[in-house]
Design a protein around this ligand. Structure first.
Ligand code: DGL
Length: 245
């Protein structure tokens, strides 16, 4: 199956990596819209437009399904995109909400972009017996994209210090955040379960018998190439990293 995956940048590679590790035999076509990054502060109208362009790029590559590997687009544009396109479209947040609603976790923290948090998608859809802490953490994506993590601990402390003793689980509600999962774990002394949203989406796919990975970015740089190789390490398939311009 030809699986199309998109995000604003390198964040969705965390989803791609989980999919490749579990289902190496599929054809993966990834698109990162690095020219328009970050998505997390854009309006819903801007997101609808950008996500449409992302999907049309992938449709031109003849994909069979599309996975929105972006929390911001998933929380703001899903209905719009499903109405607009015939192709099966899967978002990254609904399976996470199902997973949490079927779990015993009671005190749930979510860190995500401004626009994902503003949508209150988690608060509105998680069972009412749970206590939800929705936290905007907009400084993280630019740091992760630029690979400039020197002040990360101070930033995590600002965001999380009032919550770290209250949570049973912390949802990494932006697909960029699993890239720094070790830093977050260290900051929390490994005391809180961290949820990477790529795990609950696994049942969407199944094994096929061809394998290829093609990665496209709307703007390419050496940092993006280095980050891509680092995130997809141990991937035994040749990577084709391209600019679509
Ligand atoms: N990785 C994306 C998300 O999951 C987008 C982050 C951004 O571009 O601000 O929300």
């Amino acid at each position: 199956m030809r699986v199309g995956i998109f995000d604003s940048g390198i964040g969705g590679l965390t989803v791609l990596k989980t999919l490749i590790d579990n289902y190496p035999n599929n054809e993966y076509i990834y698109y990162g819209d690095t020219l328009n990054l970050p998505y997390g502060n854009k309006t819903k109208e801007e997101l609808n437009l950008l996500a449409s362009k992302d999907i049309e790029f992938l449709l031109n590559k003849n994909v069979d399904i599309i996975i929105i590997a972006c929390g911001t687009v998933s929380s703001n544009c899903l209905d719009y995109l499903k109405n607009k396109y015939q192709i099966p479209i899967y978002d990254i947040i609904s399976p996470t909400i199902n997973y949490l609603n079927n779990s015993n976790y009671k005190n749930i923290g979510i860190i995500a972009t401004n626009r994902t948090i503003d949508s209150h998608i988690f608060k509105n859809n998680l069972n009412k017996d749970k206590t939800i802490y929705e936290l905007s953490t907009p400084e993280l994506v630019p740091l992760i994209e630029s690979n400039n993590l020197d002040n990360l601990n101070t930033i995590l402390d600002n965001y999380l210090k009032d919550y770290r003793d209250k949570l049973d689980i912390l949802v990494l509600g932006c697909t960029h955040y699993p890239i720094i999962i070790n830093n977050i774990n260290n900051y929390l002394d490994n005391k809180i379960k961290l949820l990477d949203m790529s795990i609950p989406i696994l049942p969407i796919l199944k094994q096929d018998n061809t394998s290829s990975i093609n990665i496209y970015y709307s703007k390419l740089s050496n940092t993006i190439i280095t980050n891509t190789k680092r995130i997809l390490n141990n991937t035994n398939i040749n990577l084709n990293i391209n600019s679509n311009i």
